[in-house]
Ligand binder design. Structure first.
Ligand code: SF4
Length: 377
C-alpha cells in the first residue's frame, strides 16, 4: 500500500483519504479496470497523488472526457482551414488554439499568419465581437460536452433576440452517454489500431463526470447498469470524492449489484438541470458525430434545428467535413478509448511533450497524455 503519511502534504482530508485507501486495498483482491470519463478527474487523480497510491489491482483508464481531445481531426482541419478565409472572424476557447490538424497547422499558426482568431472565455463575448465587426462573419467554434453546449444554445437565442445576422457556430458539440455506450458495446471502429485492442481489456465501471452530470442528472446513465451490468458513480473532484467513488464502484462490483450512484450530491441533482436541457432541446437536435478514437457514433452530436439554420456555420457557409488521416504516430484515439495508457505511445515524452505536442491529448490541460507527463507517472 502507498505511503499514507505522505497524504498529509497533498490531501485536504488525509485521515478520511487514508481510511478510504485502506478500504480500497481490502476490496481490490483481483484486477479491476475503471474508466474516469472526465479529463478533470484524470488530472485530479494525478495531481493529488492518488494515482500512485491505488492498489496494484486497480487500473484506472482515462476516457473520452477531454473536449478538445475527442474533437475529430476532420473537425480541427475544417476549423483551421476556415480561419484563413476572407471575411471570417473565428472565436474559440483557448485550448483549441494549439491543437494540430493532421497537416501540422493550427489556429495559433493561422493567427500568426494573419487570420482573425480571438480567444473568448464565454460564447456571449462573440455577440459583442460580431456587433463590432459587421463586415465579417463571426464563427464560434462550438466544442465540448453537455457542460458547455447549453451556454452556446443560450447565446444563439440571445443573438436571435438582438437580430444579429453575422454570427454563427461551427457546432462540434458532443454527448457523453452515446460515447459510453460505444465503449461498452464494441471495440472502436478501424479508424486506426483496432487490432491493438487486447482481448482481455474491458471496463468494469465508470467514474462519471461531475460537471456534465450537473446538466444530465443520473437517469441518462441508467443503461450502464441496466443493459451492461456495470456500476457507475458520479464523482466530485476532491481526493476524498474520488476515493469514495472508487470504493462505491468496487463494492457494487463485488456484490454483483451494479447501479448508478451519485457521490457528488453537493453539486449534482438526480434530475440534473432541466432548464439547461430545455435550451439545448430548443436550439439543437441530435445527429451523428465523429469522435477521435471512437469513430462516428449515431446520435452523439448536436446539430442546429432547422429554425436556427441561420446560426449554423456549416449550412450558412456551405461547409463539409474533409476526409483526413490521423496525425502520424499519435495514439491519442487509443488512449481516449482506454486501449493504451499514454506512456505506451512511442512518441510520449520523446517527440511529444506539452512544449511540442504532437496530438491534442498532450495539448490540453485536461488531456491524459499531459496529465501523465506533468505529474510524472
Ligand atoms: S503522447 Fe502525444 S503523440 Fe502520443 S498519444 Fe499522446 S498526444 Fe498523441
Amino acid at each position: 500500500m502507498g505511503n499514507i503519511p505522505d497524504l498529509k502534504r497533498t490531501l485536504s482530508n488525509p485521515e478520511l483519504c487514508g481510511r478510504l485507501l485502506e478500504r480500497l486495498h481490502k476490496l481490490a483482491d483481483r484486477p479491476f479496470r475503471f474508466m474516469e470519463v472526465c479529463g478533470t478527474h484524470t488530472v485530479a487523480l494525478f495531481r493529488s497523488g492518488i494515482a500512485s497510491l491505488l492498489p496494484r489491482n486497480i487500473t484506472h483508464l482515462s476516457g473520452p472526457g477531454c473536449p478538445v481531445c475527442v474533437t475529430h481531426d476532420s473537425e480541427i482541419a475544417l476549423a483551421v482551414g476556415l480561419a484563413g478565409r476572407e471575411n471570417i472572424h473565428i472565436a474559440t476557447f483557448g485550448d483549441l488554439m494549439r491543437v494540430p490538424a493532421p497537416d501540422g497547422e493550427s489556429l495559433k499558426k493561422a493567427k500568426a499568419a494573419g487570420a482573425r482568431v480571438d480567444i473568448v472565455y464565454s460564447p456571449l463575448e462573440c455577440l459583442e465581437l460580431a456587433a463590432a465587426d459587421p463586415g465579417s462573419e463571426l464563427v464560434f467554434l462550438g466544442v465540448g460536452f453537455e457542460t458547455t453546449s447549453p451556454a452556446v444554445g443560450a447565446t444563439v437565442l440571445e443573438a436571435e433576440r438582438r437580430g444579429l445576422k453575422n454570427f454563427s457556430v461551427l457546432c462540434f458539440h458532443k454527448l457523453v452517454p452515446p460515447a459510453l455506450r460505444t465503449l461498452l458495446t464494441a471495440p472502436p471502429p478501424a479508424e486506426r489500431g483496432a487490432e491493438s485492442r487486447n482481448a482481455e481489456q474491458g471496463i468494469d465501471g465508470f467514474l462519471l463526470p461531475g460537471h456534465v452530470s450537473t446538466i444530465l442528472g443520473l437517469d441518462a446513465y441508467n443503461f450502464i447498469a441496466e443493459e451492461y451490468d456495470r456500476p457507475a458513480v458520479v464523482a466530485g473532484f476532491e481526493p476524498a470524492d474520488l476515493l469514495q467513488a472508487l470504493v462505491e464502484l468496487l463494492e457494487m462490483k463485488k456484490m454483483g449489484k451494479p447501479s448508478v450512484k451519485n457521490e457528488y450530491i453537493r453539486a449534482v441533482q438526480r434530475n440534473g438541470n432541466p432548464r439547461a436541457r430545455a435550451v439545448l432541446n430548443q436550439v439543437f437536435t441530435t445527429c451523428n458525430a465523429r469522435w477521435r478514437g471512437l469513430g462516428e457514433i449515431a446520435a452523439s452530436g448536436l446539430c442546429f434545428r432547422d429554425e436556427f439554420a441561420g446560426y449554423d456555420a456549416m449550412r450558412k457557409l456551405g461547409l463539409s467535413l474533409p476526409d483526413t488521416r490521423p496525425i502520424p504516430g499519435c495514439m491519442c484515439g487509443e488512449a481516449l478509448s482506454g486501449l493504451i495508457r499514454p506512456p505506451q505511445c512511442p512518441l510520449f515524452g520523446k517527440v511529444c511533450t506539452p512544449q511540442n505536442p504532437v496530438g491534442p491529448c498532450m495539448v490540453s490541460t485536461e488531456g491524459s497524455c499531459a496529465a501523465y507527463y506533468n505529474y510524472g507517472i
